[in-house]
Design a protein. Sequence first.
Length: 512
Amino acid sequence: MATLRLVLGDQLRDDISALQGINKETDFVLMAEVNAEASYVKHHKKKIAFLFSAMRHFARSLRDDGYNVTYIDYDHKHNKGALFKQVQWFCEKHAVDDVVVTHPGEHRLLQDMQAWQDTLDKPVEIRADNRFLVSQDFFADWAEGKKQYRMEFFYREVRKKTGYLMEAGEPAGGKWNYDSQNREPMPKNHSVPDPTTFKPDDETQAVIDLVAKHFDDHFGSLENFHFAVTRNDALVVLNEFIEQRLPDFGQYQDAMVTGEPWMFHSHISFYLNCGLLRVEEVVEQAIIAYDSGQAPLNSVEGFVRQVIGWREYIRGFYWYFMPDLASQNALQATRKLPELFWTADTDMFCLQQCVQETKDNAYAHHIQRLMVLGNFLLLSGVDPKWVNEWYLIVYADAYEWVEMPNVSSMILYADDGMLASKPYAASGSYINKMSDYCKNCHYSVKEKTGTQACPFNYLYWHFIDRHKEKLQDNPRMAMIYRTLSKMDPKQVQHMLEDADAFLSKLDANEKV
Ligand SMILES: Cc1cc2nc3c(=O)[nH]c(=O)nc-3n(C[C@H](O)[C@H](O)[C@H](O)COP(=O)(O)OP(=O)(O)OC[C@H]3O[C@@H](n4cnc5c(N)ncnc54)[C@H](O)[C@@H]3O)c2cc1C
Ligand code: SF4
């Protein structure tokens, strides 16, 4: 009896469910760098280089541990270009009785895999994904019967279930959430530690060359590739975050600074999402830092909430609401994606910075993704289809299970409020408060109308005005609509006209 165990590029851990119970003498492990997965959207070059290199290093570590691994690299003469074809090819060459895979992170791939059994004419077992703390059923049980699905309440259930940051059944320090002590802008002259970086080894360099050759037309730069590609190096990233950044993480987690893409964030999403790091070790290390007095509770709780709250919630939300989530568009947004999202060619300094950093690093931190890039796409009414595609392409941590709820539900309100109690819409003053971007900008954040006015200002009121019917009864929007009703109608008219003119320029692909 021989089982084929397929390991995907985001399942790089030796206890992944597909490998559990393996018989190293008789079973096969298959891994493949297939074109279909690398190019069904034109992923950032660094993202492909990162994943191919991490896959190669992981395959080597499995072989060193005695597993019988067949690794099909991109240029392999038997590379079939798609996962199923590769599995089929393997089964034709070897006496395979059944196939075992771990539940993939994308709905389209799950549907594909569910059909494999019939075509292969042998059992295909799809095992639960063990890269998360809680199961899809845990989310479904929590969500059952609810009309609104707020992360904060889900997070409390995960805290209670896991016991993380709980003391005698109560939240550590007496409160579930310490965000009132967070969200500070960065003071001048407060220095940010350098990110943890690694020089590419020969294998990684070979992959970088391969990506340069085959994926030249994809978005993003391959220069200065410095990601960890092994579990040991990913653990170094985690340790250095805990030591150097975690103490300031909470306070400055929403801050943005020109030329500082990495700030006090952890930069572990790449590694968590492809299996090199485990949720439990990440959270437990942060809690040890709190227990030993190395990091304050507002930072540790804030970080733990991102990992066991937001990340687990987003994943549960995706599977609970798919496939409907993919087509939702509650605000009926139809605009195409502005070209500046590919080029960074804009006079809006905040956008220029965030797009350029995304191109350079395949990374932007949460507030850049949410309150600069996302906010602009929301206010401009860009179609969720194009926004989802962009976010899936450009970040090295992007997989549909995590990208789509963040995009469709969090930034675009396309789900009509199932995730967020109101749209994350903001004028330029939010960006001005949380960053130093505005002082370098061609536009003036203080001005509401006219050629020098910050586009976020008039786009904000255009958004509020055009969605009045849908949003005015939302209690969390009531104050904004009261403010709108008290504003000078001439000024409102002027802002709406400026916004229309701006959006026309955007559509005509003129520089804004
Ligand atoms: C529009 C948009 C798109 C996003 N797309 C992705 C994506 O494709 N992949 C991705 O991993 N994250 C995504 N996020 C969430 C978040 O921005 C990134 O996880 C984070 O920026 C990664 O950097 P970090 O590891 O330094 O995170 P930190 O700020 O240090 O946070 C720690 C960890 O918490 C988790 N986390 C925090 N917020 C979220 C969230 N909203 N959803 C899921 N996990 C979260 C991540 O695993 C992250 O590594 C998106 C957010 C927005 C607003
Ligand atoms: S003025 Fe407006 S466009 Fe310019 S950086 Fe500030 S928020 Fe961005």
